[in-house]
Write a protein that binds this ligand. Sequence first.
Ligand code: SF4
Length: 360
Amino acid sequence: MKSQFTPRVLKIFQRRLLAWFGKHQRDLPWRASRDPYRIWVAEVMLQQTRIAAVRPYYQRFLRRFPRVDSLARAPQDEVLKLWSGLGYYSRARNLHRAAKEIVVHHGAKFPRDFEAALRLPGIGSYTAAAVLSIAYGVPLAVLDGNVARVLARLGAIRGDLRAPRRWQSLAVTAKQLLAAEAPGDWNQALMELGETVCLPQTPRCQACPVSGACRAYAQGAVDRIPSPRRKPATVQMKIAAAILLDPRGRTLLVQDPGAHDEVLFSRLWQFPALEVARAVRAELEKHLRATLQIEIPPLEPLAQSRHGVTFRNIQLLPFLARVPQLPRRPRTRIVPLSSLTRLPISSATRKLAQAALKTR
Ligand code: SF4
């Protein structure tokens, strides 16, 4: 990258990209304000989530929690409910915890200091750099997969970008390229370029404002950079779940910090469930006996469904169990099956509930 960007070329490059961003940036709700709280919420929601999916959640979330102190004061259940369907619930839990810390330790203002921001739950260097540069104009460069792809193409850097040494060298490049007088716009311009022009599969080089400085383009190597990442092999899993139903149409939910709860049920309210191998019904019965100490009625199989979480391909196997009375146990909750979706639940639990609702 060094020889490509002499100080004069770098200035031209920065000016061109910033001018393009000024003209072509999309109208996104989080760009309307420099409020660090609003930028932070957007950055957290956008982690591993598409912009189109985030928009309605973002607007609802900020209507309910317009300031960091309103978020800090809210009960966790309400925060999770507003997050319900967006996935990766640890983001919401961390956001909530961090809001409390900001109120207690930083006078309800997102800290300006990078190290202080990094100490907040759920905030890594990307999020800290994004919030501080956009909200406060702190000269920090962001680097995520999107920006890394753009930088790799500009410099024709081959190989796995996530390899630690390569990633570090991309971080150095990102710092060298940063337009220190407008770091927020610069970071957003690079992100915007990666999201709208320098696309992973089909980059639109003809529309690119910096194609003249792009080595991959000059070498005709755009489609080979970055090198494809080796994905982990898909793991097949079966999860059996029991939907206990009493004569009043109520069901039992548990909060069960066991295996796969974080992955599949996001530590939210869920049906009693476990990973099973072959003897599905027997394994589920044993689990119910052990955890709820109840006599197991006949388990009626319901429609199965598929659920994908990162590299896991999960077969959801719901069973309906009609019981005269639901057991009351610690960390359980009894709710009408038909109003389940009003609670903070994961999309896997939603699919299981729908299988049961169809039979009624
Ligand atoms: Fe990306 Fe093509 Fe622009 Fe290079 S010329 S930065 S590959 S869009």
